[in-house]
Design a binder for this molecule. Structure first.
Ligand code: FMN
Length: 344
């Protein structure tokens, strides 16, 4: 996290913490890459769990970080079991070191759902609403609910979290996946002692899905929470300034990067900021606010596309003749002339 700040990242969200890390046991290998036919990597699977480092160690390090970088944003990502006291305790402990906000991991798709945590909570609106109520009762700083894309309509659980008092929503966490099957051994990948488990998919391959999910949440916030200071943190396949601009154009207030840093290293932020500045200069945008959500009105329902296309075709048909000399085409000279004859 210190390295990230030194490279120029504005904020960090820690690896998800829970009070009892002894229950968190990772296996290796836990990552796998997906490649196209030329061998280029475009997707990344992981079945890494939340932090397996002791809570006390993490909190002590984050306290030091807080003191060394008082002006940067430090967000605690937390996850607990279905137990109000545990949530209140973890929130209290993180607030003692003055974190700026919480991101609640309601979305890890592997391992933790077996303990009814992570995605298991995010997929159950009743539990989600109740737990968000506990969290917002205890938190004195803003809370983002990090949502899973592994639902039919992500706007529904996002709405539950916002109604229960969350300041914002972060999306997406990874998409449930199996990288593939090894055609020699016939075992699914990534293989641990010959067995596998569905993991979470991230990076470039998921960006189109993330953009659609974030758009659905941005539309919800615009429709039902306008002017209430609610926010959306866009995640999924971001690594360039162009990627960040796309999420912001579709209504994200901030963007996050995870796999991009694992692949390219912390300095990826320099390229990201440079690219974003270039995009802004090209369109003469002086601030992020000037283009946030600018593309959102152009995402609509399919029937609206049909209506617009029908109207455009009808308008073209109605047009008589050429509008100016530049429209004469050598090949259709006779047809062009005919189109302007009154008594055809
Ligand atoms: C190896 C790995 C570990 C992750 N660990 C966490 C985690 O502890 N908590 C969390 O909320 N999300 C975790 N994520 C999900 C990412 O934060 C992010 O939501 C997702 O990967 C999509 O963004 P990306 O394409 O930029 O990676 C992890 C992702 C990866 C690849």
């Amino acid at each position: 996290m210190k390295k990230a700040f030194d490279e120029g990242w504005g904020g960090v969200i820690c690896k998800t913490l829970s009070l009892d890390s002894s229950k968190v046991v990772n296996v290796t290998p836990r990552y796998a890459k997906t490649r196209d036919y030329s061998g280029r990597v475009f997707g990344w699977q992981n079945f890494e769990l939340i932090s397996d480092r002791p809570f006390e160690t993490m909190i002590a390090e984050m306290k030091r970080l807080r003191e060394e970088y008082p002006n940067r944003i430090l967000i605690a990502s937390i996850m607990e079991e279905y137990n109000k006291n545990a949530w209140e305790e973890i929130i209290g402990r993180c607030q003692e070191i003055n974190v700026d906000a919480f991101e609640i991991n309601f979305s890890c798709p592997h391992g933790l759902p077996e303990r009814r945590m992570g995605m298991a909570m995010g997929q159950d609106p009743e539990v989600l609403g109740e737990v968000c109520g506990w969290i917002n009762g205890a938190a004195k700083v803003p809370v983002w609910a990090k949502m899973t894309p592994n639902v039919t309509d992500i706007a529904y659980p996002a709405d539950v979290a916002l109604k229960a008092g969350c300041e914002g929503v972060a999306a997406i966490n990874t998409i449930s996946c199996i990288t593939g099957v090894n055609l020699d051994t016939l075992r699914p990948e990534p293989s641990v002692e010959g067995y596998s488990t569905p993991g979470g998919y991230s990076w470039k391959a998921v960006k189109p899905i993330a953009l659609a999910k974030c758009t659905a949440i941005a539309k919800l916030i615009e429709r039902d929470y306008k002017g209430q200071g609610r926010s959306l943190s866009g995640i999924g396949g971001v690594e360039t300034g162009g990627d960040a601009a796309e999420f912001i154009l579709l209504g994200s207030d901030t963007v996050q990067v995870c796999t991009g840093v694992m692949i390219h290293g912390y300095p990826v932020v320099k390229n990201l900021c440079g690219g974003l500045q270039k995009f802004m200069a090209k369109h003469n945008f002086k601030s992020i606010d000037e283009f946030r959500g600018k593309s959102l009105p152009y995402v609509t329902v399919h029937s609206e596309l049909v209506k617009r296309q029908r109207e455009a075709i009808a308008a073209k048909k109605q047009r008589v003749g050429l509008s100016n000399d530049a429209e004469w085409s050598g090949d259709d000279f006779v047809k062009n002339a005919e189109s302007m004859v009154a008594n055809r």
